[in-house]
Design a protein around this ligand. Structure first.
Ligand code: GRG
Length: 308
């Protein structure tokens, strides 16, 4: 079993090996998530929460948090409770997003969606349970980090998921459905909030836990905002070009819901160019961190080259 102390070599021929890095970090996250949420009474709700939380996924959000803490000299152990909490919140947002009242999806991460298995009532509660537990988990489980920094992570995370972040982005997204005149400004608002805000707090929380300076945090925010938007542009492209098997969820949903997307505004090629440009800008922010930034640089490039 891979643990924080026996991570496999992530450099080969002096070059950073992202595939090995992702595999190692994914395994660490899977084990930590499994441990974070054991089965207990009332089993129905814990089973539903575990069903979606342990259904795989790229685990990009916790990995961004761990990579950032480590870049600034912190340890995996310091960041793991927050990393797990970020994945809990991401998962709850997917459960609620898939509900009939929102995107009404049947598949997620290659499995039936939570409400398809447990019903809408339990799916809503599974999302609520994960959201509340995420905050409890950071507060109760974080060790070897000054309390003031833990408090800062909790406050920033609350802002990122609420009406000033994910919730706000989702509301504007719902209001824009079927409106073919949605502007680029509105589209950017939706995605900076619905997708970008969580990716930003993943990186920034990693920085806060490691005791980053205000300048570090500013650079990390800028990096994360750029990768966040690039991530969404690629997500829009994959909704057109990928297969359901590869993505593990229904495709062509944006067109079905008559949503304006980046490829619908710019076309696929230009959208790819814009995403690459955003990643270049993101990576430029990491220059002062030198060699230590390799994982975050590689994760940026992974975001634009991914096929799922
Ligand atoms: C957060 C309180 C609270 C409520 C949720 C439903 C909602 C409000 C917001 C929607 C957020 C959402 C689903 C944004 C889309 C983000 C996105 C592109 C998800 C896909 O992420 P991947 O590709 O998925 O990283 P995996 O499965 O790999 O983790």
């Amino acid at each position: 079993m891979i643990t924080a102390d026996n991570l496999p070599e992530t450099t080969r021929d002096g070059k950073f090996d992202l595939v090995a890095y992702l595999k190692a970090k994914q395994q660490l996250c899977e084990a930590a998530l499994e441990k974070a949420l054991p089965m207990q009474y009332p089993e129905t709700i814990y089973e539903a929460m575990r069903y979606s939380l342990l259904a795989g996924g790229k685990r990009l959000r916790p990995i961004l948090c761990l990579a950032t803490t480590e870049m600034l000299g912190g340890t995996t152990d310091m960041a793991m409770p927050t990393a797990c909490a970020l994945e809990m919140i991401h998962t709850m947002s997917l459960i609620h997003d898939d509900l009939p009242a929102m995107d009404n999806d049947d598949y997620r991460r290659g499995k039936l969606t939570n409400h398809k298995v447990y019903g809408e009532d339990i799916a809503i509660l599974a999302g609520d349970g994960l959201l509340a537990y995420a905050f409890e988990y950071i507060a109760a489980q974080t060790q070897n980090v000054p309390p003031q920094q833990v408090l800062q992570v909790i406050a920033k995370l609350g802002k990122a998921v609420g009406a000033a972040g994910l919730v706000g982005g989702q509301v504007v997204d719902l209001e824009s459905e079927g409106k073919s005149d949605t502007s680029l400004k509105t589209l950017n608002y939706i995605h900076r909030h619905k997708t970008g805000a969580l990716l930003e707090i993943c990186v920034v929380s990693g920085g806060v836990l490691a005791g980053g300076t205000p300048e570090d945090l500013q650079r990390l925010s800028a990096y994360a905002q750029n990768i966040g938007l690039a991530f969404q542009i690629i997500d829009d492209i994959l909704d057109i070009t990928a297969t359901q098997e590869k993505l593990g969820k229904s495709i062509g949903k944006d067109q079905q819901a008559q949503k304006v997307t980046y490829p619908s505004l710019w076309g696929i090629e230009e959208s790819k160019k814009q995403a690459e440009q955003l990643i270049a800008e993101a990576c430029a922010q990491l220059k002062p961190f030198g060699e230590k930034a390799q994982p975050l640089l590689a994760l940026g490039h992974f975001i634009v080259s991914r096929d799922r």
